[in-house]
Design a protein around this ligand. Structure first.
Ligand code: B12
Ligand code: SF4
Length: 479
């Protein structure tokens, strides 16, 4: 028996992405890829799986409650990022009568480990790290009456935790996208209606102090060019996906692999537009040209800051010159650029914040996304700082964002708002953004939120959040 085949009987699994806290909450409406990967592994092991994406379907919490009242399955599973932990806890409480066992995976349980049981008492177990193999062993163990120690990689309140090996990248089954309504997902900058996301490599060897690498670690592992393009072909030809957002931590790390993927896309004449995430220190003009010819429309870069001291604190290991050079190449070749910027890094004055805001414009970024600095549990930053102010940003949907900064809350909050206006309230960026929002169907998506907030009775009584007891936003436990 292969290590990922189930040793027990087939069980019924329901994976749930919970609703938004509030209908006006705007985050990117991309597919729940982690859940789809887990579903793929479970189906391969012979289990029956369903995914409810209540977020994309815009269910109210009442609707989720009603739907849960009508089901009883063996396992309900959730995926948790730290900023959404309160939402997972709320859904878990609602699902307490709907399954024999409840499980959770994702970056949050991976970093805070046994602390999850403080906030979510109805959870049976958690999964740490890449979960494809562990979840199959976990289901066998649960079916077999939890006899013996808990499988490696499993968090359970009564058993010691032992880490599992990371699954071999080449053995991982493709995500079970057939369980999702693929026509519903949108990416505002895609300029196309039907989008999908994919992962072609896992892990990252860099050491940025704000980055949570707990799930996939530092060892970069990649799929072959043929396998990657096979998946792209399936997504476009079978599912009608027109734009693929490649969410690898470091898609451009291995030059030859990128070139091989591009050659393969062209050889098969795949008609697909795509975007990836890159670093400004590992791109050259030949690579960019090949990527453009193969349909790459946009690359997003962690530019982070226009201040060398902040780049050093963030341990980004890039410099201002590299950023300027790469953005100039992007313009030369004609691939769109998106710059992720962090404003108000500790030590920055208001003038430094403006240096960063102006820098995004100066390098000629086509799009920019401004954020404040948060320390996710377990990151090097979270060990250095243990509290912050709360700065809200329209794109960050979490209930209470703890921001690390030397500025006062009001000053940074104001600068954050001004930054968006300063960059986008210019004819070209505004036109470009408006055109993309329209073409990608995102304006309709935002409109739906407004209509739902106004008209849906269920929403008038929606609670804004769920109080969690643990204070895990900026620290990791020692499980
Ligand atoms: C796509 C993405 C998003 C998407 C949406 C993600 C989604 N809902 O699916 C968007 C753009 C909305 C987003 C937003 C943010 N994100 Co984000 N995002 C990612 C990214 C780049 C890829 C996620 C992905 O698809 N990974 C691929 C899949 C296969 O991995 P996975 O989801 O981790 O799933 C595996 C395991 O975790 C586990 N697993 C996951 N779920 C489950 C469930 C069960 C039942 C089981 C058994 C196992 C299991 O098994 C899976 C397969 O191996 C990751 C970085 C990364 N490389 O993962 C960051 C990441 C998840 N994001 C992160 C952060 C910090 C954010 C933001 C706060 C950023 C910001 N703007 O400030 C916001 C939060 C917004 C909000 N409040 O919701 C952090 C999360 C850290 C943490 N402790 O939670 C990550 C890890 C980035 C990082 N390295 O720091 N993000
Ligand atoms: S931010 Fe990007 S480059 Fe830095 S460690 Fe994380 S994934 Fe790697």
């Amino acid at each position: 028996m292969d290590s990922t085949e189930s040793g027990g009987c087939s069980v019924k699994v329901l994976l749930i992405r919970p609703p938004r806290r509030h209908p006006l909450e705007q985050s990117l409406t991309v597919p729940p890829l982690g859940l789809a990967y887990i579903a793929g592994a479970l189906e391969k092991a012979g289990h029956t799986v369903e995914i409810w994406d209540a977020y994309i379907e815009r269910w109210t919490w009442r609707k989720l409650e009603r739907r849960l009242r009508d089901v009883y399955v063996d396992v309900i599973g959730f995926s948790a990022m730290t900023p959404m932990w309160d939402v997972i806890c709320r859904a878990s409480a609602l699902a307490k009568q709907s399954a024999r066992w409840q499980i959770v995976g994702g970056p949050h349980p991976t970093t805070v480990k046994l602390d999850i049981f403080q906030d979510a008492p109805f959870l049976t177990a958690g999964v740490v790290g890449e979960g494809e193999d562990v979840v199959v062993h976990l289901l066998d163990w649960l079916q077999n009456g939890q006899s013996g120690e808990a499988p490696k990689g499993v968090l359970h309140p009564r058993y010691p935790f032992v880490p599992a090996d990371t699954p071999h990248i080449k053995s991982i089954t493709w995500p079970a996208r057939h369980l999702l309504d693929n026509r519903q997902y949108k990416y505002p900058l895609a300029g196309k209606r039907h989008i999908g996301t994919m992962i072609t490599s896992r892990g990252c060897p860099f050491r940025c102090s704000f980055c949570d690498k707990s799930v996939s670690g530092s060892a970069w592992r990649a799929r072959s060019a043929t396998d990657v393009v096979d998946e792209m072909a399936y997504m476009t030809q079978e599912l009608g996906i027109q734009f693929i957002n490649i969410y690898d931590d470091n898609f451009t790390l291995h030059r030859k692999r990128v070139l091989d993927i591009c050659v393969e896309i062209e050889r098969r004449k795949l008609n697909v537009a795509w975007k990836c995430e890159g670093r400004v220190d590992n791109l050259d003009i030949e690579m960019l040209q090949a990527m453009k010819n193969a349909g790459c429309q946009m690359i997003a870069f962690g530019v982070e800051s226009g201040n060398p001291d902040s780049l050093a604190l963030l341990r980004k290991d890039i410099n201002i010159e590299q950023t300027k050079e790469t953005f100039a190449l992007m313009q030369q070749v004609g691939v769109k650029s998106l710059a992720y910027m962090i404003l108000g890094v500790p030590g920055e004055t208001l003038e430094d914040v403006w240096t960063s805001i102006r820098f995004a414009k100066e390098i000629g970024a086509d799009y920019v996304q401004f954020s404040s600095l948060s320390a996710m549990p377990g990151t090097p930053l979270s060990m250095q700082y243990d509290s912050g102010v709360s700065v809200r940003n329209w794109l960050d949907a979490d209930a209470n964002r703890q921001t690390l900064t030397s500025l006062d809350e009001e000053t940074l909050q104001r600068a954050m708002k001004q930054a968006w206006r300063y960059f986008y309230l210019r004819p070209r960026p505004l036109y470009r953004l408006g055109r993309d929002l329209l073409r990608s169907g995102y304006i309709v998506e935002m409109g739906k939120g407004v209509m739902q907030a106004i008209w849906n009775e269920d929403n008038r009584s929606e609670k804004r959040g769920h109080q969690v007891k643990s204070n895990n936003f900026s620290r990791a436990s020692e499980a």
